[in-house]
Design a binder for this molecule. Structure first.
Ligand SMILES: [Zn+2]
Length: 198
């Protein structure tokens, strides 16, 4: 992936810059994998957020949220993915500090504040995401953890947003409105904002 392949336009959200634009064909394929994982989660009654971790041009991990299956509210797709990349580093005898700066996360929904902070501590290169997370987003929607000047928290990183955003939102709405027969009882009232766990 080369950033020069991107046909981007710049969008300013608050005090940070985020790019929203057209992805390269390869990036679109990786996002397709993330969407496939989100769809799989939806079918299995899990919060439909899917992600793919790509080190250079190699997919190291693809997965989705595991909040419901583990009964652990911190098992967001990005946290699971980060743990799996660390395991992969151990298997490959590679230092995480040499891997994450060359790793991009492709995820269907904007990472929350917790996940964004974790990704920043790990020194991830970039995040490409679908829809915004208006209640908990850490990449511009609520806070700009990815780009703010935060001492001793690793480097800021680039975000590219907006790819198939409506589709990502529709999956979340479908989940929280209980359209999936395997989904747990919705935690929000009809018409409320999208709930936690993203
Ligand atoms: Zn999260």
């Amino acid at each position: 992936m080369r950033e020069t392949q991107l046909q981007v336009r710049t969008k300013v959200w608050g005090n940070m810059q985020c790019t929203e634009g057209t992805l390269s064909l390869q990036q679109q394929r990786w996002m397709q994998e993330a969407f496939s994982m989100a769809h799989e989660a939806l079918v299995n009654g899990e919060v439909p957020v899917g992600c793919v971790m790509v080190f250079k041009d190699t997919v190291v991990w693809r997965g989705n949220n595991e909040v419901n299956v583990t009964k652990n509210a911190t098992r967001h797709a990005e946290m699971v993915a980060a743990d799996e990349v660390l395991s992969w580093c151990r298997q490959q005898d590679l230092a995480p500090d040499s891997v994450f700066p060359h790793t991009t996360l492709y995820v269907t929904v904007e990472p929350c504040v917790m996940c964004t902070a974790a990704l920043r501590f790990l020194r991830i290169k970039a995040v490409v995401y679908g829809c915004r997370n208006e209640r908990f987003g850490g990449c511009g929607s609520v806070l700009s953890v990815h780009s703010d000047n935060l001492p001793n928290t690793g480097k800021s990183f680039q975000c590219i947003s907006g790819h198939r955003a409506q589709e990502a939102v529709d999956m979340l709405k479908s989940f929280y409105r209980g359209q999936n027969p395997n989904a747990p009882i919705p935690k929000v009232k009809e018409g409320a904002q999208l709930e936690e766990q993203t």
